[in-house]
Design a protein around this ligand. Structure first.
Ligand code: NIG
Ligand code: FE
Length: 415
């Protein structure tokens, strides 16, 4: 029954709006077992919590555990070669069309066993945990054949069971058409719809079904077919939409009742209106935007239209080879003009909503899971302004401290 005090600013992230982070100076947080009992200003602490054993946040700020709601966590190899080719002027789509890109990661991923996939992903998860990340959405999509897709999702299941980071699995069989189906894409879609989706659903290996709607991947009509099958099997749609070229992805997300439409750098005005009407979360992935040298997601226009904007890493070996969610938040401020408070809300409550978990995680309120991070920074603006390798000093999941870092090991941040 600990009570955490000496918190410079406590962010409950419980408000409904994009920037409603509920900042409380000199905060206190009480939890019992895995569940939050109270969050507020120390001076308002109810009598029943006053005698609870105290823990010291050392003047740091406290936020809900960060939720990375879009990653491609398990994959084989890296793609530094693609990075260099893009720097020399080739585009992402040209590299993909020439057999590089996703297809080269598919080759490297198919060569890995379930053990190897899980072990590599566990290494990334450990580093994410140290940054204050407590929940990670993880996509398949580098197998693109039944066995390799199932291996990836089984690796995620194993990581979810091992904990401590919460894993939310997504089936992304419709990531691209694998080379062996290049001349018969209908055949690949048949495989996704008739074999992969039923197998994934039978083993309950995924919550969501994603599809990459893009010139180098799938058309709106093809993705619609995938989502019809997914929905019938009990998987909830999510989309990679309007990333590199505008293609009606946002409109499709609204039509199929997707929980989120992700990327949206090239979203149309009609797409924004459709997302707002359908209550779809827009997920921004500024690390991918940066690495592909694109114009940023029009987040201000989305927010003004009433679309909540989440922020995630898109961690993958091609377009976003970093799992650093605080970096993504700083970039969401500088590139997409989110305020620091809006960015924080985008990686907590709104990200939890993009995973349909906002009834349990993403905010610090009585009854929610005690998932939180203590950061060595006075407030959210300072945290995202002074980008550092890691400002997180303690990560707690379900009321249990899972990672601590020595405050003396990092640089002075207090103004
Ligand atoms: O989200 N856009 C499609 N998928 C990834 C890129 C995957 C890759 O290049 O390996 C993305 O950016
Ligand atoms: Fe992605």
């Amino acid at each position: 029954m600990p009570l955490l005090t000496n918190i410079s600013t406590l962010y409950t992230c419980a408000g409904p709006g994009q920037g409603d982070v509920g900042a409380i100076a000199d905060g206190a947080l009480a939890w019992e077992g895995a569940t939050i009992r109270w969050a507020g200003a120390l001076r308002d602490l109810p009598a029943e919590f006053r005698a609870w054993p105290r823990e010291d946040a050392a003047g740091g700020m406290v936020i809900p555990g960060l939720v990375d709601c879009h990653t491609h966590l398990a994959f084989g190899g890296w793609r530094a070669g693609d990075f260099e080719r893009r720097l020399r002027g080739e585009t992402y789509l040209q590299i993909a069309e020439a057999g590089g890109g996703i297809t080269s990661t598919v080759r490297a991923t198919r060569a890995l066993t379930e053990d190897a996939l899980a072990e590599r992903a566990a290494g990334f998860l450990g580093e994410m945990l140290a940054l204050g990340v407590t929940t990670v959405e993880a996509k398949s999509g580098y197998g693109l054949e039944l066995d390799a897709e199932l291996r990836t999702l089984r690796a995620y299941r194993r990581l979810a069971e091992a904990g401590p980071v919460r894993i939310v699995p997504t089936f992304l069989g419709a990531h691209t058409v694998p080379p062996e189906f290049r001349d018969r894409r209908e055949g690949y879609l048949d495989l996704v719809v008739r074999e992969m989706i039923p197998a994934v659903a039978r083993e309950r290996l995924a919550v969501f079904c994603d599809a990459f709607v893009e010139r180098s991947a799938f058309s709106v009509d093809e993705a619609r077919r995938v989502f019809q099958a997914a929905t019938a099997a009990g998987l909830v749609p999510k989309l990679h939409a309007d990333q590199i070229t505008p293609g009606g992805g946002a409109e499709l997300a609204a039509e199929v009742g997707a929980v989120s439409a992700d990327h949206l750098e090239c979203v149309s005005e009609a797409g924004i209106t459709a997302l707002a009407r359908a209550g779809v979360v827009a997920v921004s992935l500024p690390i991918a935007t940066l690495y592909l040298g694109q114009a940023p997601q029009p987040s201000r226009r989305l927010i003004d239209a009433g679309v909540p904007v989440a922020v995630a890493t898109d961690f993958n070996p091609g377009s976003a080879p970093s799992h650093h969610l605080p970096l993504a938040l700083t970039l969401a401020c500088t590139m997409q003009r989110l305020s620091p408070a809006e960015a924080l809300q985008g990686a907590t409550r709104i990200a939890a909503r993009a995973l349909r978990l906002d009834d349990r995680i993403g905010s610090l309120e009585p009854g929610k899971q005690a998932d939180f991070a203590v950061l060595d920074a006075p407030d959210v603006t300072h945290w995202l302004y002074q980008f550092r390798p890691n400002a997180c000093v303690r990560t707690v999941i379900g009321g249990v401290t899972r990672c601590t870092r020595d405050p003396s090991a990092h640089s002075e941040s207090r103004p």
